[in-house]
Write a protein of this length. Structure first.
Length: 154
């Protein structure tokens, strides 16, 4: 678990949280925010657990942002049922949706050049409404006003 104290991150370990040598799942999130980094995180954990809880108000914490890596970006393509539901919830609950700019360029879901990655100049394309593209500097800047208590990777 990685927590943010407003100035820097602290890493914490807990029994049963390691995904070392696990090839089926793994990951990050925040109080609100989630980082979707491993295979099936968006199609399984987000679509069948997190999103339904956000929709019905039972999730238990305020989520302030979600950051998507690798093939998890595909769930945010325009017209994707999960992505469209998430875009609606994100708009209603003021949740940041951000895609990794380099991952998006590699999957033709952004416009820009690789040398612009991390600068905030890469722009998302063909994704659901409200999605931003960026890297860690843009993520940290966007989440800073919300002062998240924790960041979880899935």
């Amino acid at each position: 678990l990685r927590t943010w104290n407003g100035a820097f991150f602290n890493d914490h370990q807990a029994a049963g949280w390691s995904t070392v040598n696990n090839i089926t799942y793994g990951g990050l999130v925040a109080t609100g925010g989630y980082v979707f980094a491993t295979d099936m995180a968006a199609s399984y954990k987000l679509a069948t657990m997190i999103l339904p809880q956000l929709e019905d108000g039972s999730h238990g914490v305020e989520v302030v942002g979600m950051f998507f890596f690798d093939d998890n970006l595909y769930s945010l393509r325009k017209g994707d049922p999960v992505g469209e539901r998430l875009a609606r919830v994100a708009s209603e609950q003021n949740i940041l949706l951000m895609i990794c700019d380099q991952c998006a360029l590699r999957r033709n879901l952004a416009e820009g050049d690789f040398d612009q990655c991390g600068s905030g100049k890469v722009k998302p394309k063909d994704v659901v409404a409200g999605v931003q593209a960026g890297c860690f500097p843009q993520l940290y800047s966007a989440l800073a006003p919300a002062n998240p208590d924790q960041v979880i990777t899935l």
